[in-house]
Design a protein. Structure first.
Length: 328
């Protein structure tokens, strides 16, 4: 039993070190060291293993349990970026936003239109829109950038194509709109995808084939992480130079605690962390939990609710619905 506990202790220390590597994404960009970003993908597994082993020390009445509990507090904020439980707010919202990667409308344009019209949203931000002209009741379409589109009940005063696609397979637009006499900046984002198919990531037990698949996965991930860094740098300039409060919304193709997450949300609030409840998982095409759709806002903007609607199957992403209370 002593040998088993020693091995388990070493494994626990190793998992803790890997979790610290995830935290390093807030300091180390992928073009310097991309492997920290790779660890962010495995965060749910790593933290689950860390918690399970900590429970083992607790029921074994080992003093080290107390130490691991204290060390585990370092990962509280990273955990609630995946799974969060906040109390319901009583304030009444006056702005409703729906964000959705539509998968090019492949699961039915009519289904998407029906769903969005039922939401009575003030703003709709689409990614991978298939360059389709969706008909949403009461919303004006702003379409000047491939792949992403913006629908609004409010007056659009300015629009800018961030032109990420000139160098990358990524798309983003900046829209300034007037709401209740005040101007706000919205940035609609679709960062470069990894272009994985299910058969490319599914291991079948054949060691040689599985090894080749893992190498191919890493070969795709690392360059994309580095490209994401440049894409986020361009977007970050638009955020930092904005004369108005900002909403940064879209499909980042990046998980919480990644470099992309830390950099894009720097100085902003993650609406899910502020008012979300339950799992933030938004991409459901794989069994592994993936939260890659976000709504970040300036800190002066008051969020009321955040919900990932898992009751519909109109895309490989679930719609993200958030509400806010804007002051006059």
């Amino acid at each position: 039993m002593k040998v088993f506990r020693l091995i388990l202790f070493i494994i626990h220390i190793g998992i803790f070190i890997l979790l610290l590597g995830v935290l390093m994404n807030s300091f180390v960009p992928p073009q310097v060291f991309p492997w920290f970003n790779l660890l962010s993908l495995g965060f749910p597994i790593l933290i689950s293993a860390y918690i399970l082993i900590t429970f083992f020390w607790i029921i074994s009445w080992k003093k080290r349990a107390f130490i691991f509990i204290l060390l585990g507090l370092l990962f509280f904020k990273p955990v609630i970026r995946w799974v969060n439980f906040t109390s319901k707010k009583d304030e009444i919202a006056n702005l409703k936003i729906v964000s959705l990667n539509t998968k090019g409308g492949k699961l039915g344009v009519e289904n998407i239109e029906k769903y969005i019209n039922q939401q009575n949203a003030d703003l709709v931000l689409l990614q991978e829109d298939g360059d389709l002209n969706y008909q949403f009741e009461g919303l004006e379409r702003q379409k000047k950038v491939p792949v992403v589109s913006f629908y609004s009940k409010f007056k659009i005063i300015d629009h800018k194509d961030l032109q990420l696609y000139q160098k990358f397979n990524a798309f983003a637009e900046r829209i300034d709109i007037e709401i209740k006499g005040k101007n706000y900046r919205f940035i609609n984002i679709y960062l470069q995808p990894f272009k994985f198919e299910k058969n490319m990531v599914k291991l079948n037990g054949n060691s040689d084939e599985d090894e080749a698949k893992i190498k191919n996965i890493i070969k795709r991930l690392i360059p994309t992480f580095k490209d994401h860094q440049e894409q986020i740098d361009i977007i970050k300039q638009e955020i930092d130079n904005s004369p108005y409060p900002v909403f940064v919304v879209g499909d980042f193709n990046s998980v919480p605690n990644s470099y992309e997450y830390y950099k894009a949300s720097e100085g902003l609030n993650d609406t899910f962390v502020e008012v979300g409840r339950g799992s933030g998982t938004s991409f459901h095409d794989y069994k592994f939990p993936l939260r890659i759709d976000y709504v970040f806002t300036s800190k002066i903007i008051q969020p009321i609710s955040y919900r990932v609607d898992r009751n519909v199957n109109i895309s490989d992403h679930f719609p993200v619905i958030s509400t806010f209370k804007l002051t006059d």
